[in-house]
Write a protein that binds this ligand. Structure first.
Ligand code: HEM
Length: 421
């Protein structure tokens, strides 16, 4: 196994210990692309769990790095706001898409009203209905994979399957479904990182999304209500009169929410099992462990590295005075490695007693609405994978993963793998 595939955690001799504490800037996107973030977070958790960074690509911000402090911020929305107008839910306040009104970036009561409208699509009844469709598609995608040849897992499996899922949720024209993952990527990309070069370019691309979705909306608003997201929004009291900005904002939320996150968990699981062959062997010996593998992969990957809030009042956190208007970043990626809360947090262990005890889906009023759908997709993927290739390391990572340059979406552009027949 090559160097990049070795255990991700570092000890106290990592690069973070070579610089003064107040110069640590965990938001540097390169740390995420190069997978060098771990020692910085470890040092902050130990020495300065609520840490102020004066100067970064994204301006000054507070880092909240311990599990319990993150829970405190999550459960006090009257102090820590998500409102788009104050900066929204990511560290990148200059991202024009993130400034659009959308319910993840709203406080109650409007947030609660809009969340309730779309929640049924990922409720238990609908998930039970979707299970056979997801299995059929997953099986087809796996049956089409090349055997004994190197290929990119991200493209052939993760993007393929999550794009199909999105098309179903939106009842989106099948032949155009690749547009959905493209718009998702455009929404979160850092300008200059390969997809768009400026905020103007980003918004020009996303206006095409707005136009396309408006056409679907106009068709569905005049037809009887159906079970897809667009029809649900078009027929509900709380969303039928949204402004064009709010319409685009909520559409992008629903596209991005279900896309990158699940995609990167599908890839992260393959990587984590290859980095931890003992766990891969355990899984093959007892496929019932898929039930606890799935949440462990979601913890381990932490597909969204952070969520951000803005302080509405002066307040104290971890002995620090946070001022009204300050930007507060909850680093889930760090809370998920906090060994005061999670035993052996730096290890990937697929048979944990409480595997769902993690922060990857957030907590409180904004806790991920789609978490059960994501887990369902991941469970089916692993069931179908092990049915076809039941031996440890039969699905083998054969080269370096290429990671995304972003302090928000923690994921992969590519992962070379090979299936041994
Ligand atoms: C919210 C993560 C899958 C839709 C969130 C939040 C996180 C998250 C961290 C914010 C939580 C907070 O602020 O406390 C993830 C991860 C996923 C995933 C890690 C997969 C492994 C999905 C899927 C969907 C979805 C499949 C849709 C079908 C949403 C929506 C929100 C949300 C709409 C906003 C909820 C609100 O503001 O009330 N997700 N998500 N997510 N997620 Fe997910």
């Amino acid at each position: 196994m090559n160097q990049a595939l070795r255990a991700q955690s570092q000890s106290s001799d990592g690069p973070a210990y070579a610089i003064p504490l107040d110069q640590i800037d965990v938001s540097n996107p390169e740390h995420f692309r190069d997978n060098t973030l771990w020692s910085y977070f470890e040092r902050l958790r130990r020495e300065d769990p609520v840490h102020f960074c004066r100067d970064s690509l994204f301006g000054p911000y507070w880092s909240v790095t311990k599990f319990k402090d993150i829970m405190h911020v999550e459960t006090h929305p009257k102090i820590f706001s998500s409102e788009a107008g104050l900066g929204g839910i990511t560290i990148m306040d200059n991202n024009a898409a993130a400034q659009l009104p959308m319910f993840i970036a709203m406080d109650p009561p409007k947030h609660d009203e809009q969340r309730k409208i779309v929640s049924p699509i990922v409720g238990p009844e609908n998930l039970a209905r979707m299970e056979s469709l997801i299995r059929e598609r997953t099986s087809r995608a796996l049956d089409e994979l090349p055997v004994n040849q190197t290929f990119n897992w991200v493209e052939k499996v993760s993007i393929n399957l999550t794009t199909q899922m999105l098309a179903t949720l939106f009842d989106f024209p099948w032949e155009d479904r690749a547009k959905l993952s493209y718009w998702s990527d455009v929404t979160t990309a850092l300008p200059g990182a390969g997809l768009v070069n400026s905020e103007e370019e980003r918004m020009a691309e996303l206006l095409k999304c707005a136009e396309y979705m408006t056409r679907l909306w106009n068709e569905r608003v005049n037809s009887p209500p159906r079970g897809d997201l667009i029809s649900m929004l078009a027929h509900a009291e709380g969303t039928r009169n949204m402004s064009p900005q709010e319409f685009l904002g909520n559409i992008l939320l629903l596209i991005v929410g279900g896309n990158d996150t699940t995609r990167n968990s599908m890839t992260g699981g393959v990587l984590a099992l290859n980095e931890n062959p003992n766990e891969y062997r355990k899984l093959c010996a007892n496929p019932a462990l898929i039930a606890s593998l799935v949440p462990e992969v979601v913890r381990w990957q932490t597909p969204l590295a952070h969520m951000r809030r803005t302080a509405l009042h002066d307040t104290e956190l971890g002995g620090k005075l946070i001022r009204k208007g300050d930007k507060v970043v909850m680093w889930y990626v760090s809370g998920n490695r906090d060994s005061d809360e999670i035993e052996n947090a730096d290890h990937f262990i697929i048979d944990r007693a409480k595997p769902r005890h993690h922060l990857s889906f957030g907590f409180g009023i904004h806790r991920c609405v789609g978490n059960r759908l994501a887990e369902l997709q991941l469970r089916i993927l692993w069931e179908e994978l092990l049915r076809r290739w039941p031996e440890p390391m039969q699905l083998e990572v054969v080269g370096e993963p290429k990671r995304v340059l972003s302090p928000f979406v923690k994921g992969y552009e590519s992962l070379p793998v090979r299936i041994r027949a």
